[in-house]
Design a protein around this ligand. Structure first.
Ligand code: ATP
Length: 337
């Protein structure tokens, strides 16, 4: 039972600074759980009230009881599933911002694809049979993070040649969509049933985003293969004529989640990872059902959040604002799991 002053807690990694800064700005107590070696780093930030250290992120469960006594609400981010695994996330007993039923859909590529298709969102074609490969593909291993372990093949023969060195047992062969990548950061409020776009970013990936800096004739003979490892993020503003579709896709994802996952569906922050083609069509590569690291660019808000709020509004702060309103209206159960 949550009573009195609440504490927002998260793992010291990924977007913890943004989440805890936002929580502080909204009047919460803040606590970070981090590894012993990183505790010193988090001490630099005055908006963090308390730091708890554990030897490894995977030891998180060992301090859950302690956190329960501190009136905590947990705000998950990308490192939760990466460091603790899906099962620990699901069985955590701390009040958790978001719907845990969504985790299975996020983790399984086929379920995720079905969800996107139900939302009438274009997804890249997939090849079950290698012999059917008729245009460039990207081969994605399961369980990869940050684009590691992917390769590009321009044809069936190229694919067969490269498969020889590929170690992953489980992978998908996906149409390589040529266009501009764009990651759209949404927030859906279960309290008002309203969807917002808070910001957008592009990932900068090595070496695919730098290949254009070497002219083709300079690349001949070098045998450079594109790779997709995220190095950082940069902002991008979408043409206004495409913006309505970005909102509509978000609305359709929420609607489809309520039909497919459970009645409550998806809420809180989520990100649609898209490629926009020369015909101005969006293709979704993936959906992340939580705060993504690209939102760290916008701790002071973005042009999009500024259209809605006359104050700096990061995704981290928006989460805290939702919890604050829910508490005031006695509706915490609507935003927590
Ligand atoms: P994360 O889990 O961190 O979001 P990931 O490892 O699941 O990343 P993706 O986001 O699926 O990886 O893809 C990594 C990068 O690979 C993309 O940012 C994009 O540059 C490229 N990519 C993935 N799928 C496609 C596709 N179908 N067409 C073109 N490029 C793609």
């Amino acid at each position: 039972m949550l009573n009195g002053k609440l504490t927002i807690v998260t793992l010291g990694s990924h977007s913890a600074l943004q989440i805890l800064k936002g929580a502080k700005d909204e009047g919460f107590k803040t606590l970070v759980v981090t590894t012993t070696e990183k505790a010193h780093f988090y001490k630099r930030f005055k908006f963090i009230d308390e730091i708890l250290s554990i030897p490894e992120y995977s030891d998180f469960e060992s301090i859950e009881k302690k956190l329960r006594n501190k009136n905590c609400i947990l705000v998950p981010h990308g490192s939760f599933v990466a460091h603790l695994g899906l099962e620990i996330n699901k069985r955590m007993s701390l009040p958790y911002f978001g719907n845990k039923s969504v985790l299975d859909f996020e983790a399984h590529r086929e379920k995720q694809r079905q969800w996107l298709k139900n939302a009438d969102i274009n997804v890249p074609a997939q090849f079950e049979d290698v012999e059917n490969i008729s245009y460039p593909v990207i081969v994605k291993s399961y369980g990869a993070a940050g684009g590691k372990g992917y390769f590009y093949a321009k044809s069936k023969n190229d694919f067969k040649k490269k498969m020889g060195n590929f170690k992953a047992k489980h992978y998908v062969i996906q149409e390589y969509v040529i266009g501009v990548t764009l990651y759209i950061h949404y927030f859906y409020s279960p309290l008002t049933s309203e969807l917002e776009i808070l910001s957008m970013d592009r990932r900068y990936e090595t070496n695919v985003d730098s290949l254009g800096r070497i002219p083709l004739r300079g690349q001949v003979g070098l045998k450079i293969e594109p790779s997709y490892v995220v190095v950082g993020n940069s902002p991008l503003i979408l043409r206004e004529s495409l913006l309505h579709e970005a909102y509509d896709m978000g609305e359709r994802i929420i609607k489809a989640s309520k039909e497919l996952i459970d009645k409550r569906g998806l809420w809180g922050p989520f990100c649609l990872e898209t490629v926009i083609t020369e015909d101005s069509e969006f293709f979704a590569m993936e959906i992340s059902c939580r705060i993504v690291a690209g939102t760290n660019l916008f701790i002071e808000g973005s042009p999009y959040s500024w259209l809605t709020y006359d104050e700096p509004m990061s995704t981290g702060r928006r989460i805290a604002r939702e919890i604050k309103i829910a508490k005031k209206k006695n509706k915490l159960s609507q935003v927590l799991n």
